[in-house]
Design a protein around this ligand. Structure first.
Ligand code: CDP
Length: 227
């Protein structure tokens, strides 16, 4: 497979990262989880009690943030590091999930994350998932997938994932978090979540991860040949 850019965008918890990771393995490409970058920035902002509505304070904070992805041989994952600390697991915390969409709506935060994502993209041969990858980050990507799933399916999937780490979490909390993030992500002023005009929709409500991967592979094969 020649080196191209594959973008996977969509609402929260529709299986973007599962698909992106497996697709990248199949293609021999690099997988980048752009959401992890917004989550790591949010973690830094929360830890340092920075007011994200204060533009100067956010800009100053961003100057002190260094993000990188390092490959973990043990699990085959590219994990995110915030100023040298592996925060891959900490950033999945509910406290981060409750604040990340507000932080990700700040223009300076987006400019910072998008610049870093584009820098990674110069090497091509990547699969990147997020909200605005096909619309704003790589508008000329060869393959753009817009992944969707029914709301109740998405809530069920995310609840199952989170309850393993935190048995006290309730389905209502997860439901409320997804509803809130989907709303903020799709209504923000700067690069809101929306389907790119040239993206193909893949609804995986009724599909297993294997079936989703095989449909996505078909899309990649036919679209990359068309370019
Ligand atoms: O895993 P999940 O789909 O729930 O979220 P994520 O991909 O980890 O992204 C977390 C949050 O980061 C999203 O709710 C968005 O607010 C923000 N985000 C964004 O604004 N743009 C992106 N390209 C990726 C994530």
């Amino acid at each position: 497979m020649r080196k191209i850019i594959v973008t996977i965008d969509g609402y929260s918890s529709c299986g973007k990262s599962t698909l992106a990771k497996r697709l990248s393995e199949r293609l021999g490409f690099l997988y980048i989880d752009s959401g992890a970058m917004y989550r790591a920035i949010t973690l830094y902002i929360l830890r340092n009690r920075i007011d994200w509505e204060d533009e100067m304070a956010v800009k100053e904070a961003l100057e002190n943030i260094h993000l990188e992805f390092l490959y973990n041989n043990a699990n085959g994952k590219n994990e995110i590091y915030l100023n040298g600390e592996n925060v891959e697991y900490l950033i999945r915390d509910m406290l981060v999930a409750e604040n990340v969409s507000q932080v990700a709506a700040v223009k300076a935060v987006r400019d910072f994350a998008v610049a870093a994502q584009r820098a990674i993209g110069t090497q091509k041969g990547i699969v990147m998932d997020g909200r605005d990858i096909g619309t704003a980050v790589f508008p000329h990507a060869e393959v753009k997938i817009f992944l969707t799933a029914d709301f109740s399916v998405r809530v069920g999937r995310r609840f199952k994932e989170l309850v393993e780490k935190n048995p006290n979490i309730t389905i209502e909390e997860v439901e409320h978090n997804l509803e809130m993030r989907d709303y903020i992500d799709s209504h923000r002023e700067h690069s809101p979540l929306k389907q790119a005009a040239d993206a193909v929709i893949l609804d995986n409500s009724q599909l297993s991860p294997d079936e989703t991967l095989s449909k996505a592979m078909n899309m990649v094969e036919s679209l990359s040949n068309a370019h």
